[in-house]
Design a protein around this ligand. Structure first.
Ligand SMILES: [Zn+2]
Length: 194
């Protein structure tokens, strides 16, 4: 899977021009049909997606090109899941958050548990990105809780990314910076800053 910008026309052009690289070996990706249709639950409505699939001309691995509004294996939009984290970081409970987001409370509790169980590694990851993207950044003051520290690191890293590369929504940067695996139980490392 490769996280791409949420602009199918642009992605298609990049793919046809050979400008997308294989996430495994950096080989050139070529068009390879489409992945199955899926529904993405946005803040206010559902949207049907049919992501493009590509195949590496070097290692032959196929990759689904997933728009950055998505997270791997999550039905809900990254921004909705992100808002749950921000509300939790400011002290809201999972029931309140679930009601505000109009999502089942078990779903929200699952997201928050996943965030909590990986909070240190996630924070370190976004701190690395923040320092890599903003050379003027010196220290990041503690925010009072591990989740608030994570939210702060995400804020700094994504703001720096938008200033450097052009504006993109916060949770789209988060999806890109984690290779879509923000909430995944994976052993593979997140994409490192470069
Ligand atoms: Zn490859």
């Amino acid at each position: 899977m490769l996280i791409v910008v949420n602009d199918p026309t642009h992605v298609e052009r990049e793919l046809l021009a050979g400008r997308l690289s294989c996430p495994r070996c950096e080989g050139e990706l070529r068009p390879w049909g489409h992945a199955r249709r899926r529904v993405l639950r946005m803040t206010t409505h559902d949207e049907e997606l049919r992501p493009r699939r590509a195949r590496c001309s070097n290692c032959h691995m196929t990759s689904v090109l997933l728009a950055d509004v998505c997270l791997y294996r999550r039905v809900d939009e990254a921004a909705v899941i992100g808002r749950a984290l921000l509300e939790k970081a400011t002290g809201a409970g999972h029931r309140t958050i679930a009601a505000r987001l109009a999502r089942p409370k078990e779903t929200v509790r699952g997201w928050l548990r996943r965030f909590s169980s990986r909070v240190v590694a996630l924070r370190e990851h976004f701190v690395r990105w923040a320092f890599a993207l903003d050379p003027r950044l010196e220290t990041i003051p503690p925010q009072g809780s591990p989740l608030a520290d994570l939210a702060e690191a995400i804020g700094l890293a994504t703001r720096a990314a938008s200033l450097l590369f052009g504006p993109r929504p916060v949770w789209s940067w988060v999806s890109a910076m984690t290779g879509g695996a923000l909430l995944s139980n994976t052993n593979s490392p997140f994409p490192a800053p470069r």
